[in-house]
Design a protein around this ligand. Sequence first.
Ligand SMILES: Nc1ncnc2c1ncn2[C@@H]1O[C@H](COP(=O)(O)OP(=O)(O)O)[C@@H](O)[C@H]1O
Ligand SMILES: [Mg+2]
Length: 490
Amino acid sequence: MDAPNPSPIPPSPSQQLAKHAPVEGSDGFSSYLGQLTGNPFFTAGFGLAALATAARIGQKSLVQGASLLRRRMLVDIEITHRDHAYPWLLLWMTNFHRSQLAGAQQASQGGILSSLAQRINPRLHHLQVSTAQSESGSSRSAHFSFVPGHGQHILRYGSSFIFVDRQRQKSFDLSTGVPFETIRMTTLYSHRRVFERIFAEAHEMHQQLQEGKTVIYNSNGTEWKPFGEPKRKRPLQSIILERGVKERIVQDVEAFIEARTWYLDRGIPYRRGYLLYGPPGTGKSSFIQALAGHLDFNIAILNVSERGLHDDKLSHMLSRVPPRTIVLLEDIDVAFANRKKADADGYSGANVTFSGLLNALDGVASGEERIIFLTTNYVERLDEALIRPGRVDMTVRLGEATEYQIGELWDRFYAEFDGEGAGKKRFLAKVKQLGLTNTVSTAALQGLFLYNKDDPEGAIKMVQGLTAGHTRRTESHVELPGHVDVNDVK
Ligand SMILES: Nc1ncnc2c1ncn2[C@@H]1O[C@H](COP(=O)(O)OP(=O)(O)O)[C@@H](O)[C@H]1O
Ligand SMILES: [Mg+2]
């Protein structure tokens, strides 16, 4: 700006800001700075004193002056509810409010501007309750937090005053039914760097909250939305598969994650697909969730049998998976049942079709990077076309509990009561005698052990009860490439 510039065209505001505030690094925050630079702003020679004076002169002139000040010396930033940073910012404001309440006295030391701000709006005082319910087993808990409500607030952050305006629009997002919302934060132009700090803090806070947790995304309309609070990671050891099966899958996924640059250098789509099949209650879903936790990934779950999930939505969702997130498509056999319907009239209707599923898996619309797990209880309904590199690279059957799994599960529940393993031996003998090996699901066994928690003798006594409701192996044996059948693993 001070450089001699004969051109009559003044530098654009964003060029000016770029000079003042070089955008550093390639982290997410530079994009918020980008938003910031996109906002109209003007440099000014006025200082904070002008604001204070204007306030003292009277409300009328304050109102008149406000628009002038706004244009002259303020900078604002707007975040819409669709932005990833929106919930982080709400979280930050909630925590900030809490700490402000704790140190309410401090504000009075800040001199005239503090007391002015106190008088206008001492602190965030329109709060909104946000309730998250979580259900784990039979217990249900609710977590309440107070988030800054709609309306206008003034925050004092360090030496900066920030005017916060959270607005709810009258219009709704048609796909989710959620009203449009924005937060606009305004501060003095000379304090614009404060936004960078706030977003960095908000991001940090958000990350801390998720440490050791797995975020589970569900589809909400056409968006992935976190489902409840992030869940505590389920330890991988708590999943008991046949010897070696777990390790094989884990190694494969880890090798894939490590090979990222290899794929990208060669222009190969960086995708890997896994198919887990087998009867219900054999740990397919729980294993994938535990695996996500182990890899420090989040998980995005779509049920193909879900009502209203059609081809376009499926491929849209798969193209918008959040970063570091495993996709879990449950019950994919449903798509195969719908094959005819699409062939007949070309219209796929309200369900996912076979071709819709394949298109979503390898169509141009699907995201560049992806780890996807498919599950089904009915492998015989699937088609060989699914088994292609990038669609499904590895197929694993999780079957009914083998002797090894039964023993391991026993140890998980009763190791402390059955140090010598005598109870385990008797239990296994009884299981064998009743012909239950490879016929009951791990879930059914877990049920028995949970019922007889702390009581190994009770479990031994009740084991024949498993014969009544057990799931027998029904699917015909299908040979699929890359196939690991737990019964083949010695
Ligand atoms: N192999 C296993 N190891 C540990 N827990 C299991 C196993 N299989 C099933 N379970 C338990 O049984 C319940 C149902 O398992 P789930 O993963 O939903 O089975 P699936 O998806 O195969 O139908 C869960 O509570 C899970 O903890
Ligand atoms: Mg399941």
